[in-house]
Design a protein around this ligand. Sequence first.
Ligand code: NAD
Length: 335
Amino acid sequence: MSKVKVAINGFGTIGKRVADAVQMQKDMEIVGVSKTKPNFEAFTALNKGYSVYAPIDKIKDMEKGGINTSGSIEDMVQVADIVVDCTPGGMGEKNKALYEKAGVKAIWQGGEEHELAGFSFNATANYEEALGLDFARVVSCNTTGLCRVIYPLDQEFGIKKVRVTLIRRAADPNDVKKGPINAIVPSPIKLPSHHGPDVKSVIPHINITSTAIVTSTTLMHLHSLNIEMNNQCTTDDVVDLFAAQSRIRFVGQGITSTAEIMELGKDLDRPRGDMWENCIWDKSITVDEGELYFFQAIHQESDVIPENVDAIRAMMELESNGARSIEKTNKAIGL
Ligand code: NAD
């Protein structure tokens, strides 16, 4: 069977990781990636053997900068079965007409609105609903992390109400422009943050309220969750349920912070030190007076990567069963 041809529009933090993860799968391959500048990431793409494309008005600058392009983004879209749009949040919207014109399927990321694709994806929660779709949006790193715990808890015990506070990293490690460097910023000040409503774009019936705070760190987000359940459960029941989820990792062994989790990612020889799983301190899991509490850390640069691979598999109908797709993706990337 020939492999599904995947193009990555925007080879940045998310795009380069999705490209490498796709290339590791047996049933899909990268046919091109796009860059707007001839920077180190463009050279990395070429060195990895990816064909590099650019916006038509940037091709000359790319060539001057030493990057031989394979053509324009329009050309790239023509040779793909599906495009994963990883351009900066809010920019992907402008590309929809291009994908529609070329008759190519497209996946956007969490920086775009739900309405752009009309379907928001999380492999654990709604893989089967994405089968054969032309457009989908893989929800953000935080929403992905929330869906991975909320969906199985709701299936098993029925959720009455979720309350979550997200302590967010200010910027990605390579981001030299953003702050704050010495402040804690309620963001937004007016409640709720967008994360709760975003979870509802994947699991509509969940009753959830979220608040968020931005802190001076680049190493992961941290979620403090409090969940009221409809049915009785114990701490051990929740530990057992989470232990059975392949994209949840328990952290202990002296790990007391996001910094040590990122170090573990490097020690595990993960590409770029990535931590694809929700990292939950199993000792934090507590059921008290019928309410569940726990802490989880989310690696913003990488938890959505396996989700993008699963979204491709669902939309291209390479696998009808979500659990089997998750297994294939995990195995190929070494999760
Ligand atoms: P980024 O800025 O790291 O990368 C974006 C890439 O797109 C860059 O390579 C840039 O050169 C390229 N680009 C810019 N304009 C372009 C254009 N007009 N056409 C083609 N390419 C263009 O951004 P990112 O962090 O990878 O974010 C991409 C998407 O993923 C956003 O929707 C974001 O919200 C979402 N997301 C980001 C994170 C994260 O923590 N970084 C986590 C989950 C989801």
